[in-house]
Design a protein around this ligand. Structure first.
Ligand code: UDX
Length: 252
């Protein structure tokens, strides 16, 4: 009997120890679980915060990079002009041959130049040496659509200029020289700017007089293959004169 009792006590003790050990292991496991869980939540939220910071900082980094670039970038020398003498100048077709050289001249003289071009024949690389300069702006825009900006002077050069280019799409050539010129005259009228139109000797058509002076009216053909350009520029000149006479616009 005594032996039996002793055996039960020993077994009970062992079970107790086992239970205590199991309890301890369960407790440690749960504490460890909570700890790793908390860590992963913390790491996750840290990751999210880092991500958000990165997102918020990215545009600033880009601005700083642009700023650094503009500080280190070398531009051709530009004169300083006082506010009074500095003009805001729009050059349509400014990425073309004549336009880009005019851009260089006016930029180097110290003016603020906005080039508007649809890059039909002009190229960005013709004016790329000014990109980022505080006095320079390049706008990809077709003058057939109205343009609303504030300027003091307009040099209206936008037009295809060589026969293969202007004969490629005669209707578009006509629109550029008529609607485009009308839009520029309208802009000049609205902001009180003076306007210069780049015309062409082709307004004289197939001239019988050489050289042609201002009194010569030309020898033109309104339905010939080059008419879209010749007549387009002729009507552009007529529009400029009408605006000059009717609304006292200063036109060259
Ligand atoms: O619809 C158009 C067509 C042309 N253009 C631009 O006008 C510019 C014309 O420049 P080009 O280099 O082809 O030709 P040029 O510089 O020789 O022409 C220049 O002299 C002749 C005149 O008829 C043009 O009006 C004048 O720009 C180009 O940058 C072209 O992309 C427009 O912005 N819109």
């Amino acid at each position: 009997m005594m032996r039996m009792h002793w055996l039960i006590t020993v077994i009970n003790r062992r079970i107790m120890k086992l239970l205590v050990a199991l309890g301890l292991i369960a407790y440690i496991a749960s504490v460890w679980g909570t700890y790793t869980n908390m860590r992963s939540i913390q790491e996750h939220s840290e990751l999210k915060i880092e991500q958000r910071i990165d997102e918020a900082v990215a545009p600033l980094r880009e601005k700083i990079r642009d700023l650094e670039l503009s500080l280190t970038q070398k531009y051709p020398p530009v004169k300083f002009l006082s506010e009074k003498d500095r003009k805001r100048i729009l050059i349509t077709g400014g990425a073309g041959f004549v336009g880009s050289h005019l851009t260089d001249k006016l930029m180097m003289d110290g003016h603020e130049v906005t080039v508007v071009d649809n890059f039909f024949t002009g190229r960005k690389r013709n004016v790329e040496h000014w990109i980022g300069h505080e006095n320079f702006e390049l706008i990809n825009h077709d003058v057939v659509e109205p343009l609303y900006i504030e300027v003091d002077q307009i040099y209206h050069l936008a037009s295809p200029a060589s026969p293969p280019n202007y004969m490629y799409n005669p209707i578009k050539t006509l629109k550029t020289n008529t609607i485009g010129t009308l839009n520029m005259l309208g802009l000049a009228k609205r902001v009180g700017a003076r306007l210069l139109l780049a015309s062409t000797s082709e307004v004289y058509g197939d001239p019988e007089v050489h050289p042609q002076n201002e009194d010569y009216w030309g020898h033109v053909n309104p339905i010939g293959p080059r008419a879209c350009y010749d007549e387009g520029k002729r009507v552009a000149e007529t529009m400029c004169y009408a605006y000059m006479k009717q609304v006292c616009l200063i036109v060259f």
